[in-house]
Design a protein around this ligand. Structure first.
Ligand code: GDP
Length: 131
């Protein structure tokens, strides 16, 4: 998912281009106006954490771009391209390291979400792309 900060900062193209340039195949793409129910399902594992409400408010604040990529070890590879959750310390050369920073807000605005396992990928693809 390109998060609302990535879309608002006109970084959708460059973020998708990095994943494509690595060699992964873009197989589905959709712009989505998220709602609370979808976001609650997506972030169920974080319910109860202090950043949960700010996270949902942020994710609800604008359009998202949902993309599905295919390729051997794509989940692992895309997570490496994204870099660490905290954009301040994410390695240069990664998406978050090159384009993200801390804005002093209650939740990290870090441009992209990437599924972290085959199981979460299946669940999240169903939520955002419907198949
Ligand atoms: P990701 O897989 O790297 O996106 O990280 P998680 O799935 O663990 O967290 C989901 C999102 O919640 C992150 O992308 C951040 O936007 C936010 N987040 C996670 N952990 C923290 C935290 O400790 N503090 C703050 N402020 N935001 C966080």
């Amino acid at each position: 998912l390109i998060k609302p900060d990535g879309v608002a900062r006109n970084l959708t193209g460059i973020i998708l281009a990095r994943i494509e340039a690595k060699g992964y195949q873009l197989v589905d793409l959709k712009m989505v106006q998220p709602n609370r129910d979808l976001l609650q399902a997506h972030y169920a594992e974080h319910e109860g954490k202090p950043f949960f409400d700010p996270l949902l408010n942020f994710m609800e604040s604008g359009l998202l771009v949902a993309a599905r990529f295919a390729g051997d070890r794509v989940i692992e590879g895309v997570r490496v391209l994204c870099g660490a959750t905290d954009p301040t310390t994410a390695a240069p050369g990664t998406i978050r390291g090159d384009f993200g920073r801390d804005w002093g807000l209650a939740v990290q605005q870090n441009l992209i979400h990437a599924s972290d396992s085959e199981e979460s990928a299946k669940r999240e693809i169903k939520i955002w792309l419907g198949s």
